[in-house]
Design a protein around this ligand. Sequence first.
Ligand code: ADP
Ligand code: MG
Length: 368
Amino acid sequence: MHVDDDGTRRVERELDRIFASLGHGMYVVDTERRILLWNRAAESILGWSEEEALGRSCREFIGHTDDNGRQLCDEDCPLVASMGESHSIFAGTVWGQSRDGVKIPVNVSCAPLFDGDGKLVGAVEVFSDMTHEKELESFKNSMVSVVAHELRTPLTSMKGYLELVIDGEVGGVTGQQREFLGIVESNVVRLEELVNDLLDLGRLESGRVVVHWEPMDLETMLGETLDTLRPMAVERGLRLDFEVSETPPVQGDRQLFARVLSNLVSNAVKYTVEGGITIRLGRDGDRASIEVEDTGVGIPEDELGLVLEKFFRASTAAGTGSTGSGLGLSITGEIVEKHDGELRLQSTVGKGSRFTVLLPSAKDATIL
Ligand SMILES: Nc1ncnc2c1ncn2[C@@H]1O[C@H](COP(=O)(O)OP(=O)(O)O)[C@@H](O)[C@H]1O
Ligand SMILES: [Mg+2]
């Protein structure tokens, strides 16, 4: 098709109109990240007018940050990444600085732009305002925490009275009655655990949990965890080994970190049918390393990335008859992150899994 000058201009005008009236915020930068185009939706989301935006570097005025307030411009700019990798990047929800100085949650995608000769000339960012979604999310989180809180008191009372009846304190109970009441009790305990996990995760995610840094003796802490969980392993006919080698000193919140250890070891026991569990305490470079390895059912490769998600349970879990809420590893992940640690996972279906927690040595810790 031949497009004459008039036609070309018409197409350009059409494109300008489309660009301006798009519902998504959109801007184009050159390779130095200077703004070349800025649409009306970008103005209405972030408040900066086209005149104010054009020619400025985006990092100067809208600089994106992540959920923890970390600047992304220097090392993790999605525009730079899309230009470097020559393909589009979906950055998810980050925060953009508005003209009023308020941080606005925006869902961001970036793509590189090339001229007719295939030369990189810049990149485009498309973003949508996530304020409403964030509000909904925080409403949902507070709902969950209110409901969980309200459930705790009646559950405690149910457990107390059940114990009285089971122990025969209010009259004799037959064997069958005791058996049935025992089932009720174990379900009350399960509900109580779920409620506590929900409350804890809510607190961790909202940042309301403060880490009380203190020296942690991992060998003693692991020993205590194993003492608590050994009966469960014995009942399931599983071996539980503990190997200790030289470990760098670490700092952390003993109470919080004990949750990490008991979650990982109890998972290993729950999701292993035969064989056993080996716990290794040692070092990996400068960091302390805690390995929990089992000969269990494993996790399918395409589900490995999901196990830290709330309520996620792998498809292999069902075959073990073990119950759970799918919150334990979400809590574990949050706590490890609060300790500047790293959680690694390797797993093969039918062979077993290995969870590794790495903690910075105390001399590197940020707070001493
Ligand atoms: N050691 C393990 N071996 C196999 N699967 C595991 C192991 N640990 C965790 N998983 C899988 O990850 C899921 C999430 O774990 P978690 O958050 O602790 O929830 P749950 O309450 O189900 O134990 C589990 O349901 C299970 O499918
Ligand atoms: Mg678990």
